[in-house]
Write a protein that binds this ligand. Structure first.
Ligand SMILES: [Zn+2]
Ligand SMILES: [Zn+2]
Length: 68
């Protein structure tokens, strides 16, 4: 059985969405050798990035959930 659920990443919003940065997992830091608190390059330390299209639902606003 496949369910359609509201996308947990963009919450079904259309257009550009702010999502948790993948590189730093939302921390804003990207530890590197010698600098544990190096700022994440991908999100500039914000911990979130704005994307045009949600990578989870590809802009659909819903995701298919398999309950098996
Ligand atoms: Zn989404
Ligand atoms: Zn980041």
């Amino acid at each position: 059985m496949i369910y359609k659920n509201k996308c947990p990443l963009c919450h079904g919003r259309e257009g550009s969405v702010e999502i948790e940065c993948d590189d730093c997992n939302g921390t804003g830091f990207e530890p590197e050798e010698g600098n544990q608190f190096a700022q994440c390059q991908n999100c500039s330390g914000d911990g979130s990035v704005e994307v045009e299209i949600c990578p989870r639902c590809l802009g659909e606003g819903t995701v298919e959930d398999d309950d098996s």
